[in-house]
Design a protein around this ligand. Structure first.
Ligand code: ADP
Length: 320
């Protein structure tokens, strides 16, 4: 039965996180392996909340790729859209927050398997089953993955899926800031739902403000919902008929990695069942309260995937 499937498209990788914070990558005594990649996090977020979800992307036919595919399956995510590249290796990222407050990144992507997904390798049957099709923008940076990404969007749209876009800016991956802005905005009009963080809103509009007037510059008549996440302050929402904000919940924040993905996953899992919240502000606010709770919980533990909540954890926070 094809009812209610979220298909999440893009990269899945391993973040190597220093076991000690506040040091440079060269000084790190060791690293923890943290599976990640925003589209994969979203897929697992949906599944952990009880929704049906498939991940579509490419991994290396290596130890890390097999580990990531197993993580998808163990979390109840359909991996029939995952392909393995015999030659290239799984993407790896080394990320640290140095003592001077600067983030330091190092990527194994020259090229990594995710960047080599081709149009011909897309599982079109799976895409056509999507009620909601979600994607980011990292997969737009280079060919052949870029063409595969655009084709997947087209097929999903033709099949009547709701298209959900989280640009998930990781600036160091792009050739330049100007190119990132241009490419991210180049697929803006195709989406039904777009979620940006406050940082992305400022970057995309080249401002230092998250005021409504600035957010409205990212509005398009083709959109059904624009969301701006504001960390501990919750989120703002804009539709053609109404806009407002919903506060989040007080939690003890440990690591924000994956909060935005949990927020999106919570929302998309619900849209698969019922999209009436797009026209009904009261319903939308209820839904965003749930999404905020899921985002908030994700900040209370280290890493993205280990901290994504299930429904009872979300309910407990909402009833507190
Ligand atoms: P991103 O991970 O994309 O940067 P945010 O950090 O804005 O996104 O977090 C996404 C959502 O998670 C927020 O809209 C909010 O609902 C929730 N959230 C994040 N950080 C906190 C926090 N410290 N306290 C409560 N809720 C939070």
């Amino acid at each position: 039965d094809a009812a209610g499937l979220v298909v999440s498209f893009g990269e899945m990788l391993i973040d190597f996180v220093p076991t000690v914070s506040g040091v440079s990558l060269a000084e790190a005594p060791g690293f923890l392996k943290a599976p990640g990649g925003a589209p994969a996090n979203v897929a697992i977020a949906v599944a952990r909340l009880g929704g049906r979800c498939a991940f579509l992307g490419k991994l290396g036919d290596d130890e890390f790729g097999r580990m990531l595919a197993a993580i998808l399956r163990d979390n109840g995510v359909d991996d029939s859209g995952v392909t393995f590249d015999a030659g290239a290796r799984t993407a790896l990222a080394f990320v640290t927050l140095r003592a001077d407050g600067e983030r330091e990144f190092m990527f194994y992507r020259n090229p990594s398997a995710d960047m080599l997904l081709t149009e011909a390798e897309l599982n079109l049957d799976l895409i056509r089953k999507a009620k909601v099709f979600h994607y980011g923008s990292i997969s737009l940076i280079t060919e052949p993955c870029r063409s595969a990404h655009l084709k997947a969007m087209e097929v999903a749209k033709e099949a009547g899926a709701l298209l959900s876009y989280d640009p998930n800016l990781r600036l160091p991956l792009w050739p330049s800031a100007a190119e990132a802005r241009e490419q991210i905005l180049s697929i803006w009009d195709a989406a039904d739902i777009i979620k940006v963080s406050d940082v992305e809103l400022e970057f995309l509009t080249d401002t230092d403000s998250v005021e409504d007037e600035v957010a409205m510059r990212l509005w398009r008549p083709s959109l059904k919902l624009l969301l701006v996440t504001l960390g501990e302050k919750g989120c703002k929402y804009y539709t053609k008929d109404f806009h407002g904000s919903v506060e989040s919940f007080a939690v003890k924040q440990v690591d924000t990695t994956g909060a935005g993905d949990a927020f999106v996953g919570a929302l998309l899992g619900k849209f698969v069942e019922d999209q009436s919240a797009l026209q009904d502000e009261k319903k939308l606010r209820e839904l965003l309260r749930f999404s905020n709770a899921c985002g908030a919980i994700t900040t209370t533990k280290k890493g993205a995937i280990p901290s994504l909540p299930n429904v009872s954890e979300a309910m407990r926070l909402m009833e507190r």
